[in-house]
Design a protein around this ligand. Sequence first.
Ligand code: AOS
Ligand code: ZN
Ligand code: ZN
Ligand code: ZN
Length: 431
Amino acid sequence: MLRRIESSLIKDKNEELYTDLKSDYDALAEKLGRDGIDIEKFTEAAEKFQIAVPSWGTGTGGTRFARFPLKGEPRNIFEKLEDCSVINELSGCTDSVSPHFPWDKVDDFSELKQTSDEYGIKWVSVNSNTFQDQPGQETSYKYGSMSNTQQSSRDLAIQHNLDCIEYGQQLGANSLTVWVGDGSNHPGQQHFQKAFERYLSSMEKVYAGLPSDWEMHIEHKMFEPAFYSTVIQDWGSNILAAMHLGPKCKSLVDLGHHAPNTNIEMIVSRLIQFKKLGGFHFNDSKYGDDDLDSGSLHPYQQFLIFNELVDAEYRQQAEFDPSYMLDQSHNVTDPIESLIVSAIEVQRSYIKALLVDRESLYGYQESNDAMMASLELKKAFNVDVTPILAMARYRQSAAINPIGVYRSIDYRTRMDKDRPRDPNASGSGIV
Ligand code: AOS
Ligand code: ZN
Ligand code: ZN
Ligand code: ZN
């Protein structure tokens, strides 16, 4: 098994911290035990929890104004994979990567697959890119891709998505995530219905190319890059498209793609009910698609989303198997640190949601006891599950203190030497 960090280093650091962790863990076990809760069940659940890292998230993000790169950033998909392995070795909860084409240039898929296998990293949902033109592209996406008025642009977008499926198959992935920037900037610029019809007929052709065990996930976004209207602007258009296309097509919820104060957990519930929840792009947001670190602003909202997910799990809801992924832009932090912390924050929401006493909550709901129902949720949310998460990492040979270990190895300085900067390197995911 390939590693980027000596396991003995993590082990030594863990030994220094274990006594304190054990006493915090035992104290929490005792506290939960008083309510008849067995802490071990939750630690096991934390060990099982996994969330994917986006390949583009390993590079420093930016805005349309500027990007301030870090030293030692990955220059290609192999180096991105190295950084993803660092994240997984330290966090123990990110054993998969979601690739993005054509940002991830791959000459030899079997070589890439072999390397990822050696790291113990899986490839999950493949992201297509029809929101920007590539050098030498014969027909433009300036006025959209799947919904473009020009057949030639639509054909190019369809073919690119079919290519992405083929790349993904070579990597062992089993879903395609389609986010398009299609829309308009001026009232009257686009015929809403005709644009949506063109989008659907293009997507039908992609759907027809899905292997039998694949799913297609559609990602909605309220605005940007189109600032007046967007073809798949919300979960309404999203689920309509997914229902139109068929059972293998589901909706994907990116937390930052809604208007501020939208009740996202309720959208999640609706998608679960109609068997259309494909997955998530986790991040946090104050204004729009800010792509801030997960749980950094609205940890309660993230918990409430997981409350719906755990509820579906508890009820053994049919056809419920959403994929979890981070989709963030790390503009001022080291992306490795942000991805580690964010993955753990999502895991934290999951474990807290598992702590909700479902039967009590259902009882309060039936008797219309609003106060006790909300206290039931708050009770779980207010438990500090940090020792559970740290113990899960310890048991998986990941780091009790991942950021501490990461800082101690001065990875970026090492990478600065190993990865001399290529002045022609292409962008690393600002969107
Ligand atoms: C764009 O806003 C979406 O969030 C996409 O999921 C994703 O960020 C993009 O495909 C990467 O640029
Ligand atoms: Zn996204
Ligand atoms: Zn987003
Ligand atoms: Zn986005």
